[in-house]
Ligand binder design. Sequence first.
Ligand SMILES: [Mg+2]
Length: 200
Amino acid sequence: MTSVAIRGALFDLDGVVVAQCLDFMAIKQEIFGSTEGFILERIQGLSGAERVRAEAILEHHETGAATRCQPLDGIVPLLRQLDHYGVRLGLVTRNSRKSVDLIQARLRLPFSAIVTREDAPPKPAPDPILLACQRLAVAAHEALFVGDFEFDMLAGRRAGVRTVLLCNPLQPFSRNADHLIASLAEIPRLLGLPDRGVPA
Ligand SMILES: [Mg+2]
């Protein structure tokens, strides 16, 4: 059980809600001719035709991935369970609105708030987390954020929500995570809910 009742659960998209199908290295190589750094931050340093070209390449990869990606094991029943118990659900991603709309047209996941990079400065800034909380009408301290990368944990920590790292080989630990989990199946227990399923 938790000391503060959690009323909102926010999720990162890639690697948490859907299996990661973006090849960030290939995207960076195509845009910049090199693979260091982070895509959105490097694009912010471009201007004019270079920036237009870079954004078009990224959008092309994102929309392609959106038409192929599959939900991560366990996410659909988890969201259904949280929704059943009245937990408000939000999605916070660095991806584009267009790509998320394509995913939602296929998967129809029960998110009441979706924040994309068009809506706020991207993670690791706290802004998109705070905006999602605002849209769900929950206070930051009443929300948790589940992510699979350090930017997620940083954004969540800065926003004042409870941070949950879905551990993976590329991000097995974070000092900014309040909880480390190996599986989405551990989330109900963090909220003081039954381990699995929705009562009949
Ligand atoms: Mg991710």
